[in-house]
Design a binder for this molecule. Sequence first.
Ligand code: GTP
Ligand code: MG
Length: 188
Amino acid sequence: PKRTVDYKIVLLGESSVGKSSILERLQNNTFDDNKSSTIGAAFISKKVVRETDLINLQIWDTAGQERFHNLTPLYYRNSNAALLVFDLTSLESFKKAEYWINELETYIGEVELDEPASNEGRGRDTMKIILVGNKVDLLNGEACPFEDQIKEFMNVHKSVVNYFKTSAKKNLEIIDLFEYITNSIDDT
Ligand code: GTP
Ligand code: MG
């Protein structure tokens, strides 16, 4: 490849929405019905080739449990992309995504005040935020009961560039999600 591009991604969201399961599907194409809850955070890397570039995805899988929340800024600072993951059958988990988007938007606002228009490549204002509704398999083809609130969320938070409905269990839209991310990495 002509060049190697490092790209940092963080997964945020309530405990048990399936963050680690999404990454296990990405990395090993496997699924575990009894996955243990992440302690602190976990890291995986995955190399993908895009045309003449080698893209090195560096992915932080944060712990959703409340007791680890004070650590989470360590992982989303310096990220190029953030995946806000919730469970399509849990309104409570969606509320947590609302909590995280507010936290991220506050952070992005502070960085922009600090470094106005001086972003090269990994600029904070280019942090891509993607909403991910996981466990779509549990809906059995029905609409999500809080679909209206998801639409509203996408309308209000213009910093969120896309929304995917995934299933780590049934391997739905996981590949599409990461293809979308790698394809949207800036060519700068
Ligand atoms: P924390 O590490 O505590 O933040 O949780 P997490 O978001 O990493 O969730 P995890 O991947 O550990 O998954 C929690 C549970 O949900 C596990 O029992 C998984 O088997 C299950 N699960 C994950 N993804 C899916 C899915 O797409 N569909 C279904 N039906 N279950 C899933
Ligand atoms: Mg986990």
